[in-house]
Design a protein around this ligand. Structure first.
Ligand code: 4AD
Length: 456
């Protein structure tokens, strides 16, 4: 091996030769000698050739082994997912042939680093595409090695980057509120409780109340934190733990909030589509994806009720919808799919919404609230203006049968320089299910937690 020219490592994803030059002065142009490290993602043997598609988490590279290499025991018994170092020369892909990123490596030397189990234990047996969903969830750590799951995770990372960039462009500051709390935000029925040194505590349902307390000292803020919901039902869009992108804005009107939300969603999509890597994955996962056109449709809850009645979409009891009904998941999705564009559904009745929402001055039955609905998924964002009057908030606690004492720090905001403010929470997995056209949010989480599953 010492006689070989000095091996260089290239990142397998580098499509632009100029970029490869950053890491390897010689680039991956034909004739360059390289050493690549990765795992056998695919392989195919012909008479005198073995084709290996190597994967290293950055990309894929076709490697061709010929001659004596093919006749070695290691290659004859090679299994998928074996980790390996391959040395060789980059060559152009012959005309009419295809290889990832139009390049291939002609190997002249290799070293096995870690063999992967074969036969009954082979990865293809553990995560066969026709395996039942429970088996696939049990083997999520292996499923993640697949092209689809890893693409979704890459889009997820790019989406988080895009949100942070868009927030920064809006001069909003990131904070990290606690996950262990002693207050509820979205109703007692989905709280996960636990023993905290002998006291009752909960896993947070939303960081909203904490974000509100940051406004006076930090200005507009956001957070990207886990939220927890003890959801009783198994649906394709409910997780027990999800990543919640939440923001809070000070001195705004409800219209400002809606305008900001629309601008944020569109800016994030713009950033994602401008990212060469993310846009490539989105195009593969969701070939029909088109950025939504602006302005988004704004529809009042009461108009949605009329729409549902006109379209004969019944409520959960099988009756025509009436004012005051919660629009259930199935009806909401049907409506969104028929309208087939993002909808800002606004002005929900106070009775079906959280205690903290500000009432609409022109119709005090309803709140200044918004759900953002996307085709294929339904609700991806919930937001509202917050009650900023101390007396009104105290009445709201009473109305809900909540003891105000654990909320003293929240209530204090109305005592020391209150202000009109509002914000929202976006479920990252739901946003991704829409963007990447996944059937369930579970596919958009690294290790999904839902009713009955906390492993791996
Ligand atoms: O509508 P929600 O309950 O609103 C709040 O929690 C507000 N306090 C947020 C705020 O104003 N800062 O939840 C917001 C979003 C939903 O639109 C949905 O996308 C997501 O969080 N979400 C869930 N995602 C996955 N699994 C669950 N069980 C979810 N529950 C809510």
């Amino acid at each position: 091996d010492a006689s070989l020219p000095k091996p260089v490592r290239i990142r397998l994803d580098e499509t632009d030769p100029a970029k490869v030059k950053l890491r390897t002065p010689e680039s991956d142009a034909p004739g360059t000698r390289v050493r690549v490290l990765g795992r056998v993602h695919r392989m195919r043997a012909q008479k005198d050739y073995v084709f290996i598609t190597l994967s290293d988490g950055y990309g894929y590279l076709q490697c061709i082994l010929t001659g004596d290499l093919v006749k070695t025991y290691d290659i004859m018994t090679l299994t998928l997912e074996t980790s390996i170092a391959i040395h060789g020369e980059m060559r152009a892909v012959p005309p009419k042939q295809h290889a990832p990123n139009d390049r291939e490596l002609h190997a002249d030397f290799f070293t096995i680093i870690g063999r992967a189990a074969g036969d009954k234990e082979a990865i293809t047996t553990r995560v066969a595409p026709d395996a039942d969903p429970q088996t696939l969830y049990d083997n999520r750590h292996l499923v993640l090695r697949g092209e689809t799951s890893s693409s979704v995770m890459k889009v997820r990372a790019a989406t988080l980057r895009a949100f942070r960039k868009a927030f920064e462009e809006n001069r909003m500051l990131e904070v990290t509120p606690p996950a262990m709390v002693q207050t509820q935000v979205e109703g007692g029925s989905t709280l996960f409780g636990f023993d905290y040194y002998g006291e009752n505590a909960y896993l947070t349902q939303s960081s909203q109340l904490y974000l509100e307390t940051c406004l006076p000292s930090l200005g507009d803020v956001f957070c990207v934190c886990p939220s927890f919901r003890a959801e009783k039902s198994l649906t394709r869009r409910h997780l027990s733990e999800y990543t919640h992108v939440e923001a809070e804005l000070d001195f705004i009107t409800f219209t400002d909030l809606l305008d900001h939300l629309e601008a944020m969603i569109c800016r994030v999509i713009e950033l994602l589509l401008a990212d060469p890597e993310a846009s490539k994955h989105i195009a593969t996962l969701n070939p029909d994806f088109k950025p939504p056109s602006r302005p988004f449709k704004r529809m009042k809850y009461s108009d949605a009720i009329d729409w549902l009645v006109e379209h004969e979409i019944p409520n959960e009891e099988g009756q025509p919808h009436k004012f005051g009904d919660d629009i259930a998941e199935a009806a909401e999705r049907k409506m969104t799919d028929i309208i087939n564009q993002p909808i800002f559904l606004t002005h929900f009745p106070a009775e079906i919404k959280a205690f903290y929402m500000k009432k609409d001055e022109s119709d005090r039955r309803v709140t200044e609230s918004v759900d953002v609905l996307m085709p294929g998924v339904g609700e991806i964002v919930g937001g509202s203006m917050r009650m900023d009057d101390w007396n009104e908030l105290m009445d709201a606690y009473k109305h809900e049968g909540m003891d105000p004492s654990p909320y003293y720090w929240y209530t204090d905001q109305r005592k020391y320089g209150t202000s009109p403010h509002g914000g929202y929470g976006l479920g990252l997995e739901r946003f991704l299910a829409w963007l990447c056209a996944r059937y369930t949010v579970r596919d958009c989480s690294l290790y999904p937690r839902f009713t009955g599953r906390c492993t791996p």
